[in-house]
Design a protein around this ligand. Structure first.
Ligand SMILES: [Cu+2]
Length: 119
């Protein structure tokens, strides 16, 4: 799965980094695949000139987000202006399939949606 591409061999407890690029109008990769109970750092990069967000309230509410990163997540949403990036350290706790989308006007209807699969 794309979500595991490029992951370094990690020692127990060191987070695996996954980059999620936000652009007009998609998330790349669109599907994130995470193992529950394992630490990740999700590196969100908005490569567009305008703002985008990553809304996945059900997934983010069920995850344990590192205290230093909690301020970057507001009501299940990570908002980035054009050119911004943010790292979110988290552990997903509950296996399942969760939807994500960009809530900016019309972006999801242009295809800016995704899925987070927690195994
Ligand atoms: Cu968007």
């Amino acid at each position: 799965m794309a979500g595991f591409a490029g992951g370094a061999a990690t020692a127990q407890g060191s987070p695996q980094a996954i980059t999620i690029e936000m652009s007009n109008f998609k998330f790349n990769p669109a599907t994130l695949t995470l193992m529950h109970g394992r630490p990740y750092v999700l590196h969100f990069v908005n490569s567009a000139s305008g703002g985008h967000d990553f809304v996945a309230k059900e997934f983010l509410d069920a995850a344990t987000i590192a205290p230093e990163d909690r301020a970057k997540v507001k009501n299940g949403e990570i908002e980035l202006d054009g050119g911004e990036s943010a790292d979110i350290h988290l552990v997903a706790n509950t296996p399942g399939s969760y939807k994500s989308h960009c809530s900016h006007f019309m972006h999801s209807s242009f295809g800016m949606t995704g899925t987070v699969v927690v195994q």
